[in-house]
Each structure stands twice: as structure tokens, then as C-alpha cells.
Design a protein around this ligand. Sequence first.
Ligand code: FNR
Length: 400
Amino acid sequence: TEVPTLFKPLTIRGVTIQNRFAVSPMCMYSADDGHLTDFHLVHLGAFALRGVALTIIEATAVAPNGRISPADSGLWQDSQIAPLRRVVDFIHSQGQKAGIQIAHAGRKASTVPLWQAKVEAKQLATEDVGGWPDNCVAPSAIPWDKEGWPMPKEMTIAQIEEVVQGFADAAKRAVVAGIDVIEIHGAHGYLISEFLSPISNRRTDKYGGSFENRTRLLFQVVDAIRAAIPESMPLFLRISATEWMEWSGQESWTLEDSIRLAKLLPEHGVDLLDVSSGGNNAQQKLDIHPYYQVSLAGKVREAVEAEGKKLLIGAVGMISNAEMARSIVQEGHKLNEEAAKNGTVEIEEEHGQKTQADLVLVARHLLREPEFVLKTARQLNVKVSWPKQYERGEWPRSFK
Ligand code: FNR
């Protein structure tokens, strides 16, 4: 029997990943002044040990005021390279690849870690807990929500240029640390995403107004990073394909904008678009079902492919079982969307359509079940190699 696409390798520029599984970036709020810690080594190393081909390290700030919380990972100074290198070396020792998401939190910076927010019933990290509520920046002076969030300062052109340089410098440090893949965080209402949306970006200069102006910062970051990293290194971009504000009647960032953007990415050297959604607006109305986000990826992929552009697509969101993961990337198959809405997976093979995505990114399910990839391999009857130290734990054929 043929190996499902899910377990076939994927080569992007000079990097080959063993299968189509990636750890979706997840902030762990466990860094020490931006430096990764033992927690990260164990947490991230566990995925590489258990068959995930590409582990994308959490949102990593390009500037101290671009952190979501005081405990975020960062790459704004050279001392942050060594602890990252330690994690990357371990991932490599397992024959797997390491990515890192580089980010600036914009108006969603200076918050406390989620678990602390729950206990204290407040989001804002004030100065006494290491926050910088008066030093947050955004395209316009509009907070994420009316209460409990920092009031950002509208960025000057000089500050924008500094952030672009910050992204390039962070990417260079990631290269020194041995990282295989860079992902730019352009999603979830963080700085780049704030510039994309006409709701959060009310600027009247060359960074606001038209689609071209609102995407300017993104393309400057893309171009600066592409120029700073080796030709052989893949570049990913995560965006929110929609900010889920269509209901409001306001002009917002929509799927159509994302498709328009996607078609422009290959010529700027972006290799993969990681399709997420939401996070830019407290009033967002999500239409959640198991394929709510995967289907956005499929729509972007179809539109890009129709124009003959070469852009890989990553799908993320609620991917939590073997069959779902398999069908998303399976070549020559298309999902029955109606059935998918009800949570069942039906494949319309006669459709002859291509896949929904090229890479499956998993976040929460890998926290629940770190051995998801190995278990999926077993369920799909695919033989994958286990770490030599773990071989005795491999499921015997008779294991039920
Ligand atoms: C996240 N998510 C996230 N996304 C991102 O782009 N950068 C990040 O640093 C984080 N941090 C983060 C932390 C934690 C604990 C969770 C659970 C999530 C979002 C994540 O990558 C993913 O897109 C969503 O969780 C949806 O995928 P799942 O969880 O349904 O597989």
C-alpha cells in the first residue's frame, strides 16, 4: 500500500522534513529575559523525540516591547542565541528540524501569562510585574479592547524602520543558532496583523489606507528577512486569513485580502503560508467547527494554485485525529465540506482536487498527546523509525 502523503517527506529549498507534521508555535511564558530555559528544552525536545518533523518554536520577540508578556522568548540580543542553539541542537540530534516564529506583539504586548491572568482576573502586565504598558506601539493609537489593555502609541516612521531591522537581526541570530526555518508572525492581531487590518490601522501615511499601504510593513519585513537569511532557508509566514469582522459591515481584513496577499508572496521569497485566523479584534465572531480554519487554508490553496503560483500552504486549528491529519494533506483528494462541518470526514476522490494543505500544524493536541505523530503512523499502518533509545516501547503488531 502506498504511504499517505502525511508521511512523505517534504523538501522546501534546502531543507527536507521527514513528514508533514509541525508543532504550531506556542508561547510557554517560561523564558528568562527572552532566553529559552530548561523548560523549553524538555518541552520542545519531546516533540522531536516523538516524530514531529518540524518543531516551530514559540513567538519570539524582535524587541523587548514586542513581547506578549515579560516571560516571552526573544531574539533581540546575542545572549539569546546560546540557549536557543541548545534546543535546536537537541532537535537536530533526533534527525528533525527546528523552526522559530519571530514576532512583535504591537498593541497586544505587556500582558501577563494566561494562567496568571486567570488567577488575577487581569490581563495587563503593569510595571511592578515587569510590564511596559506605557511603551506599547501600534499602527494607530487604538487599544485591542476598551478596558484592560495597553493604550499603544502610534508608531513613527523611524520606529517602523527600526522594527523591520529588528526582524532582520532576529532572523540572523536564528541562523547563527542553527534554526532551519523562519516563520514570520503576521497573524492574531500582533503588530504586522494590526497593520494589515483597516480597523486597527487608521494611518494616513504610506503605511495606511490602501491594501498596498497596509501590506507595506509585512513586505518590508519579508524582504529584509529574505535578504538576511541563506537562500537555502525556507521562509514561512503566518497570517489571520480573516479577522472575522465581516458581520460588522466595517471594512476589515477578509479572506479575499488574504488570497490577494498570498498570490504576491512567492515573488518575495515566501515559501509557505501558514493559514490561521482571528485575534485582531475583541468583537470578532468566529464560526467554529472542526474545519473552520482548515477550510480557509484549502480556499487559499485553491486560489493560489488556480493562478499557477508556487506557494505551500500550512493548515492549523483543531487537528486532533489521524484521519483528519491524513486527509488534509492527501494528494488528489478533496474534503466534503458539508460533512466536515458536522465533524465527519468524507473524501470526494472523484473530485480530483488537490489537497487542502501541504503541512499540518498542531498545537493543543500535541500538548494533550505528545505522541500524536507516532500514534497516527500506527493507525495509518505506516512504519516510522523510533529513537533508538525508545525502540523497545514500539507497539508490537499484536498490540490492541
Ligand atoms: C498558541 N498559539 C500561538 N500561535 C502563534 O502563532 N504563536 C504563538 O506563539 C502561539 N502561542 C500559543 C500558545 C498556546 C498555549 C496555544 C494553545 C496556542 C496558537 C496555536 O499556534 C494554534 O494556531 C491554535 O492553538 C490552533 O491550533 P490547535 O490548538 O487547534 O491545534
